[in-house]
Design a protein around this ligand. Structure first.
Ligand SMILES: Cc1ncc(COP(=O)(O)O)c(C=O)c1O
Length: 388
């Protein structure tokens, strides 16, 4: 049979993580060292009370039915968490669950855009910020994030005609991959800009609990007027080390949430009840592990930053997220070539910056997924390799 596929399938190439995983497997087979700082899966465990809640709920046969809706108990837990954590009041109709923010961001444009409608998205940015709208047949227009602005959006750089035509803008701080935070004043500017041009704001807040140097992450929804213009995605993946459980929320503007719920009700029959129970336990339970993990990420950031600096690779920055963003060392210009050489000579895996957009060229993203001692070992491996 002559199988015919959609044209869009032509636009996908093998992902960088598949390429790196293949090289990693070959190296391991050959007994060569591997230090994997490429993928951003936390190496911390979920808290016991969270796993217990999931396990107990998984023993109840009734819980294997379609959940259909978010339980009132989970909605209350989310409301209380947003109030406690960000001083943001939310109503039931302003909250919905998702199978992870990735899933939400990959579909939200279906509720907002007709084919060809513009969504503004960051360059460099987390891949689903462009892939999601693209899969929904929206038109992607990139806005630039530049180091000289500390990677904060310069609204003056978005042409007036583009702003007027845009349906939505995807924004995310603390930002993966560029690891910068945005001050509250930025969000005030964002809300004013969105109102002026009638653009929906979609803010991804996956890392508000992983920020460094004494700062505290904020919610876009804590800014006056934010709920008039948009929604926020907030995931339990990194905050509570629940990446595999797939649970996150979209919160904010009631009209956007109700449209998105309507769309998802055609696709999905609700989050597995034991996962809802785990989310409730995580949100309502003791929060000390959140601070413990944050501190450990910060110690790792310090170890890799100071270590690399001491051997002559300067400029690594991370104000937050579980990653760091580093310019290529002197003498290198192509991030793919550098990453392959770093693997070959030192066994250290990270992600070439241009995987996140053209403006990521000249940088690499390093995941903070090894402890302080391992980070020191990695620095030593890089030093010994002679690559610098
Ligand atoms: C910025 C950002 N948003 C969303 C996600 C995915 O979150 P989830 O596990 O909720 O799909 C990630 C995961 O790395 C991320 O870095």
């Amino acid at each position: 049979m002559d199988l015919k596929f959609a044209d869009r399938m032509e636009s996908f190439k093998e992902g960088i993580f598949t390429t790196l995983a293949n090289i990693k497997a070959e190296r391991l087979k050959a007994g060569k060292p591997v230090y994997d700082l490429s993928v951003g899966t936390p190496d911390f465990l979920p808290e016991k009370h969270v796993m217990d809640a999931l396990v107990e709920a998984a023993k109840v046969p009734e819980n294997y039915k379609y959940a259909i809706v978010d339980s009132d108990e989970m909605i209350e837990a989310v409301k209380a968490w947003y109030k406690r954590r960000y001083n943001v009041e939310l109503e039931k109709d302003e909250i919905m669950s998702l199978y992870g923010s990735q899933e939400g961001i990959s579909r939200v444009a279906l509720t907002i855009c007709n084919p060809g409608d513009i969504i503004l998205t960051p360059n460099p940015g987390y891949p689903v910020f462009s892939m999601g709208p693209m899969l929904n047949d929206a038109k992607i227009v990139y806005y630039e994030l530049r180091e000289e602005n500390n990677y904060i959006i310069d609204f003056n750089s978005i042409p007036e005609d583009v702003a007027k035509a845009a349906k939505a803008i995807l924004v995310s701080y603390p930002a993966n991959p560029i690891c910068r935070l945005a001050p509250k004043s930025f969000y005030e500017e964002l809300v004013a800009w969105a109102k002026k041009y009638n653009v929906i704001v979609l803010h991804d807040n996956a890392y508000s609990e992983i920020v460094y140097d004494g700062k505290t992450g904020i919610s876009f929804l804590s800014v006056e007027g934010a709920k008039d213009v948009g929604i926020e995605f907030n995931s339990l993946s990194k905050t509570y080390n629940l990446t595999g459980a797939r649970i996150s929320f979209a919160l904010g503007n009631e009209k956007i949430i109700s449209q998105f719920k309507k769309l998802r009700s055609q696709i999905d029959y609700g989050i597995f009840t034991p996962v809802q129970k785990a989310a409730i336990a995580a949100l309502n339970g003791p929060q000390d592990s959140v601070e413990k993990n944050r501190k450990e990420y910060e110690a790792r950031r310090n170890a890799i930053r100071d270590g690399l600096e001491s051997i002559g690779w300067k400029g690594l920055v991370s104000e937050g997220t579980m990653f760091a963003w580093a310019p290529l060392p002197k003498g290198y210009t192509n991030s793919h070539d550098f990453v392959l050489e770093l693997i070959d000579k030192a066994g250290v895996f990270c992600v070439p910056g241009d995987e996140f957009g053209s403006l990521g060229e000249g940088y690499v993203r390093i995941a903070l997924v090894k402890n302080v001692e391992e980070m020191k070992e990695i620095v030593n491996a890089i030093k010994q390799s002679g690559i610098l």
